[in-house]
Design a binder for this molecule. Structure first.
Ligand SMILES: Cc1cc2nc3c(=O)[nH]c(=O)nc-3n(C[C@H](O)[C@H](O)[C@H](O)COP(=O)(O)OP(=O)(O)OC[C@H]3O[C@@H](n4cnc5c(N)ncnc54)[C@H](O)[C@@H]3O)c2cc1C
Length: 427
């Protein structure tokens, strides 16, 4: 193993490979910014594939049907929320640019509309989201129309039950029924969504599945399946299965890590290098330093040390699950630069008494502070460095889980961080 580091030079370095990091790289590509991205495996594989903007407003349990109106309300009630630093037009542009990019890569999404879409969760409850993958779009439509529909699940598949989906939706969707079948060639033991998805990329498997689906679908015009419609060309797999069955088909996300999340991760890892991004996946940046003429990221892979020299850096390292923030007995830390973290005064204030408290838990609003140019701030309220920007759920003053706004915060703030980084690079 060589001891001398390999060097990469780039205009922009993105740290993190969650939705914020990948969105930042996409926005940078579209602006012809030379970009390198380093990211450890993160939460992207866990996502349902839905891109939420605002699904709930703080302290309430009512679902949000108009996220743009909710944004106006959020500006009044939570002005420090990261989404409140982004103009509604920019949020719309960011979602459109992100979903258009995915569409050109064979993973079509619905466009961000005026209203949320009422979408199905893995257990048959409902959630509000802004954009859904094209493979899932027929589900909300069939629900709204109360169309005769059969949810088909598979012998040996754990974590997805058609009976559960039907039981939870019975009042809302009386025409919904369920059937269980054997997945072609997988009639023994446990079956896994990822394996089924890859198997459905083979035409012969699709043909056999179509026959099995038609055998149980009866008069249903629409078939709902767990998310298994291929890993790399889901739109094509959907179209083929619809052609073969003569019925409309949709996917429902399964429990994480689910195929739609893995699809996104694999698509980004395949497409970004083709579009010119230097992608260093599965690695963690261990040090980040700044000098007058640029920033340096330090990391190592199995061949030895790597140094990335960049003119600007976007920090998109997420929260606790991804390791951007660390919870210690003495408090919450940002792990790479030790940026100050806005957090409850004392550890005993991290959680409220009741787990299900509708106000959520203060620890879930912890994060770093940025100014209006999305540059992280020091304890004294100054910019940490002109070259440093931040995006995603590492930002303070938002509880994305409770607000159903994970992708929205990631995409919108990545858009603004890249816009600001571009201004800096051109200045
Ligand atoms: C179970 C689950 C379900 C979800 N479902 C939805 C959903 O239905 N709709 C929705 O909109 N959102 C959903 N999300 C949220 C979404 O997946 C993202 O977590 C969220 O958008 C935040 O993105 P992020 O990029 O800011 O952070 P993360 O996704 O947390 O990504 C941070 C990245 O930084 C990397 N990283 C951290 N430190 C370093 C380092 N030192 N060097 C290099 N890389 C580093 C991590 O490995 C990770 O790749 C879900 C998340 C989870 C966990």
């Amino acid at each position: 193993m060589s001891g001398s580091p390999r060097h990469f030079t780039t205009q922009l370095a993105v740290i993190g490979s969650g939705i914020a990091g990948f969105a930042a790289s996409i926005f940078a590509i579209n602006r012809k910014i030379v970009t390198a991205q380093v990211g450890n495996t993160g939460a992207v594989a866990y996502t349902t594939g839905y891109l939420d903007l605002i699904g709930k407003l703080g302290g309430t349990t009512d679902p949000v049907t108009d996220p743009w109106q909710a944004l106006t309300r959020l500006r009044e009630t939570e002005p420090k929320h990261p989404l409140c630093r982004v103009a509604a037009d920019d949020i719309q542009r960011a979602f459109t640019e992100f979903t258009d990019f995915l569409g050109t890569c064979g993973l079509a999404y619905s466009s961000p509309g005026a209203c949320n879409i009422t979408a199905l969760t893995p257990v048959g409850t409902l959630k509000q989201t802004l954009c859904v993958p094209a493979t899932m779009a027929a589900g909300p439509r069939a629900l709204a129309a109360n169309a005769p529909c059969v949810i088909v699940d598979f012998k040996g598949l754990k974590g997805f039950s058609g009976a559960e989906v039907v039981a939870n939706l019975r009042d809302r969707w009386p025409q919904l029924t369920t059937q269980r079948i054997v997945f072609p060639g997988m009639d023994r033991g446990e079956v896994y969504p990822e394996v089924m998805a890859r198997a459905l990329e083979v035409p012969a498997t699709r043909e056999k599945l179509a026959v099995a689906l038609n055998d149980v679908a009866g008069s249903a015009e629409v078939i709902g399946l767990p998310a298994i419609l291929g890993m790399h060309r889901p739109d094509h797999v959907l179209a083929e299965l619809e052609r073969l069955t003569g019925r409309e088909i949709f996917e429902i996300p399964t429990m994480p890590p689910s195929v739609p999340g893995i699809r996104l991760r694999e698509l980004f890892q395949q497409v970004l290098p083709q579009r010119g991004v230097t992608l260093i996946p599965q690695q963690r940046v261990t040090a980040l330093s700044f000098a007058d003429d640029g920033a340096t990221l330090a990391l190592s892979d199995s061949y030895g040390p790597i140094r990335v020299h960049a003119q600007a850096v976007i920090l998109a390292t997420g929260r606790f699950l991804s390791g951007g923030l660390e919870a210690h007995p003495a408090g919450i830390r940002e792990h790479l630069l030790d940026l100050p973290v806005t957090q409850p005064a004392d550890r005993s204030d991290w959680y409220r008494e009741r787990y299900t408290d509708p106000r959520g838990h203060p620890i879930h609003r912890a994060g770093i502070e940025v100014d209006d140019s999305f540059r992280p701030l020091t304890r004294e309220g100054r910019r940490h460095h002109e070259r440093l920007f931040a995006a995603g759920v590492i930002l303070a003053h938002q509880d994305w889980i409770r607000g159903r706004s994970g992708a929205g915060i990631a995409i919108a703030t990545a858009f603004r961080a890249v816009t600001e980084a571009e201004h800096f690079l051109l200045s």
